[in-house]
Write a protein that binds this ligand. Structure first.
Ligand SMILES: [Zn+2]
Ligand SMILES: [Zn+2]
Length: 73
């Protein structure tokens, strides 16, 4: 069970996690969450075409963040 807290301090208990999308820097390990979902159409198609109930997904892009790009020697 996951425990989450909403903006007004109310605790939510749900077995279903939220989708998570991140940009992760390979240099410093910093992860920046994305606040939009680029996969909603794909998830709709999967729901239709696959015998599988999708609860959530995670998506992570790996690369180098802006500060690390500038600090490369
Ligand atoms: Zn970095
Ligand atoms: Zn998503």
């Amino acid at each position: 069970m996951q425990s989450r807290t909403t903006a007004d301090g109310e605790a939510l208990y749900s077995p279903i996690q939220q989708d998570q999308h991140y940009l992760t820097c390979l240099q410093c390990g910093n992860s920046v969450p994305l606040d939009f979902c680029p996969l909603q159409e794909m998830e709709k198609q999967l729901r239709r075409s696959q015998a599988f109930t999708i609860y959530y997904h995670t998506l992570e892009f790996f690369g180098v963040c802006e500060p690390c790009t500038q600090s490369v020697d």
